[in-house]
Design a protein around this ligand. Structure first.
Ligand SMILES: NC(=O)c1ccc[n+]([C@@H]2O[C@H](COP(=O)([O-])OP(=O)(O)OC[C@H]3O[C@@H](n4cnc5c(N)ncnc54)[C@H](OP(=O)(O)O)[C@@H]3O)[C@@H](O)[C@H]2O)c1
Length: 298
């Protein structure tokens, strides 16, 4: 890994599966690492993984990234302490099998799997530009196929129709809620906004890319495995990538010198891949950014 001494990296979701590995690897490579955790005690395992010496370069900010106020407060405390950010890995995510809304009235997948990434990227705009940062969004290839069991038929991409949508709270409603599709839609939103943000940040050398890490044996999987397959969960997990293998892709996009200047791309692990046409639609991108900005500024 590249020497990251003197670099500042923000990694969300670093108390769990892949994020913990990403944060630990960046810290061990010399970076000063910040994370935002709902329960700071859960960062103890991260400290242990990083090792005593590098753990002094870890800062844990308390916050629930599905809450707008916490995203704003976290971004402020990060930018108050650091003039420049060199890496932002928007990795925190969850799959919710029941419909629910955040404290701000937005469906939970949209709040966490999309708005946290959008919020941190835009609220940290200045330090990211000063650091000529790499922004890495951990998405999911469910955006290309929302079938939970891919036994037959054709892939069914996630959809994003913003026609007549006045606020993000209108998306993923309780009526007709399908958890896997709601999760995939939020990831599609992250990629869609990411393409637009990549263009807006390019002049200052900031790159924005997204990735699918593979199917990785982490806590989120317990919720993503279809109910009929849950009794075989242990066996299924053994066939998956380890968290360390899953983390490789984000680490590579965040640090590999060969990817300097590469922006606005989507990778399935190491391979550049495509996303549904709607994610490239300028009108959808514009409207999504406007709705998202409105969510944060009122
Ligand atoms: N595993 C896979 O196969 C797979 C496939 C495609 C994409 N992904 C994506 O990969 C990313 C990492 O997931 P993972 O597989 O490593 O899952 P994980 O082990 O469940 O880790 C999720 C992380 O997100 C944090 N988080 C959840 N809700 C949060 C909130 N409201 N505020 C702040 N942090 C919150 C968790 O913190 P706590 O410790 O507080 O729970 C944890 O650190 C996610 O974006 C996920 O969607 C995973």
């Amino acid at each position: 890994m590249t020497d990251l001494t003197g670099k500042v990296a923000v990694v969300t979701g670093a108390t769990g599966g892949m994020g913990r590995i990403i944060a630990a690897d960046l810290a061990r490579a010399g970076a000063h690492v910040l994370t935002v955790a709902r329960d700071p005690a859960r960062a103890d395992a991260l400290r242990a993984l990083i090792g005593e010496q590098a753990a002094s370069r870890l800062e844990v900010i308390t916050g629930d990234l599905s809450r707008r106020a916490d995203v704003v407060t976290a971004a402020k405390s990060i930018s108050d302490r650091h003039d420049r950010i060199h890496i932002l890995v928007n990795n925190a995510g969850a799959h919710y099998s029941e419909h629910g809304v955040s404290a701000d009235g937005v469906e939970r997948h949209i709040a966490l799997d999309y708005l946290a990434a959008y919020g941190l990227t835009t609220l940290l705009d200045e330090p990211l530009r000063r650091g000529r940062a790499r922004v890495v969004n951990v998405a999911s290839d469910t955006l290309n196929d929302t079938r939970q069991l891919k036994l037959a038929g054709r892939p069914r991409p996630a959809t994003l129709d913003l026609t007549g949508v006045d606020e993000l709270a209108d998306l993923n409603p309780a009526k007709g809620f399908v958890p896997f599709e709601a999760y995939a839609r939020a990831k599609l939103m992250t990629v869609t906004a990411g393409y637009a943000l990549a263009r807006g940040l390019a002049a200052d050398g900031v790159t924005v890319n997204a990735l699918h890490p593979g199917i990785v044996a982490t806590d989120i999987i317990d919720d993503l495995v279809p109910t009929v397959l849950r009794p075989m969960r242990g066996l299924i997990r053994r066939g998956m990538l380890t968290p360390a293998e899953g983390a490789e892709s984000a680490i590579r996009i965040a640090t590999d010198p060969a990817l300097a200047g590469v922006t606005g791309r989507y990778f399935c692990r190491d391979t550049e891949s495509s996303t549904p046409p709607v994610s490239h639609d300028p009108a959808t991108q514009r409207k999504l950014l406007a709705l998202s900005q409105n969510h944060f500024t009122g």
